[in-house]
Design a protein around this ligand. Structure first.
Ligand code: CP
Length: 307
């Protein structure tokens, strides 16, 4: 079902396939020995051309827990990319050494390009401001586990919706589930791209609204997906400084929220969620980081044909 395939964007898997991954991840969460050693003898390459904590380490932890091994680089200057090697040649070469490749790259479309040169499966771990499909699997699994199912929810996205690839991937994926309404909360300059709103949501008949005010809508939300302002994607530092603290979720703002609101954040957090909320039972972003490891275990074992 999953073998000999790549994962470049969330639409590469059907809803049934994602459900299968979520079921597997749930089984792993409940029985930590499940699938242990299933990937013994297999090698994961993690090629990170951009910084990462959660994605790279959760993939590596996932592979080690499955009994496999990992190699790779966490910044390109330690590889022959620094000598001018092309992405195509890097991928062709790493395909000789590993059974599956996870790659993050600042250029939109880099994972698609890599998938065309690889002779082993490629998983996109983020390509510029475009997509981050395994974060989407993480987010959907977290919603399923904490809300009981993925449909019939009002989901608010808040912050940098222009450059935030996790927002683009999750909005696109949620549009496939029934009864989802979306609220996009951002400054004018960081609005969600129209290829998502006009190109995907409107065409799919998904209900959505755009607003600048978190206070006005927070009380209507079932899930609030906070994001940081993506400094690395700004051309102008002054513009970043002007916009970086547009939204700071704190106890005061949470007074308006539902008692069963689920607060998610792909992390890293900068200023947009006050640490005073970390012990609020609605703050679910560290649970979300843990679900990321379980779903990546399910994904690796499935894509390597080990379950
Ligand atoms: N959520 C996420 O992609 O985090 P990292 O940048 O730490 O991998």
């Amino acid at each position: 079902m999953f073998t000999k395939r790549h994962l470049v964007e969330p639409g590469d898997f059907t809803l049934e396939e994602m459900d299968r991954l979520f079921d597997l991840a749930q089984q792993i969460e409940q029985d930590q020995g499940y699938l242990r050693e299933s990937c013994r003898g297999h090698i994961l390459a993690t090629l990170f051309f951009e910084p990462s904590t959660r994605t790279r380490l959760s993939f590596e932890s996932a592979m080690l827990r499955l009994g496999g091994a990992c190699l790779g680089f966490s910044e390109p200057n330690s590889s022959s990319v620094a000598k001018g090697e092309s992405l195509a040649d890097t991928i062709r070469t790493v395909s000789c050494y590993a059974d599956i490749i996870v790659m993050r790259n600042p250029k939109e479309g880099a994972s698609l390009l890599a998938s065309r040169y690889a002779t082993v499966p490629v998983i996109n771990a983020g390509d510029g401001g475009h997509h981050h499909p395994t974060q989407t699997l993480t987010d959907l699994l977290t919603i399923r586990q904490l809300k009981g199912s993925i449909g019939q929810l009002t989901v608010g996205f808040c912050g940098d919706l222009k450059f935030g690839r996790t927002v683009h991937s999750l909005a696109k994926a949620l549009a496939r589930y029934p009864g989802i309404s979306m609220l996009f909360i951002s400054p004018q300059e960081l609005q969600v791209p129209t290829y998502i709103t006009e190109g995907i949501l409107k065409k799919a008949g998904v209900s959505y609204k755009e607003t600048h005010s978190l206070e006005q809508v927070i009380g209507t939300l079932d899930v609030l997906y906070m994001t940081r302002v993506q400094r690395e994607r700004f051309f102008n530092e002054e513009e970043y400084i002007r916009l970086k603290d547009s939204y700071i979720l704190n106890r005061e703002k949470m007074k308006q929220a539902k008692d069963d609101l689920t607060i998610l954040h792909p992390l890293p957090r900068v200023n947009e969620i006050a640490p005073e909320l970390d012990n609020d039972p609605r703050a679910s972003y560290f649970k979300q980081a843990k679900y990321g490891m379980y779903v990546r275990m399910a994904l690796l074992a499935s894509m390597l044909g080990r379950c």
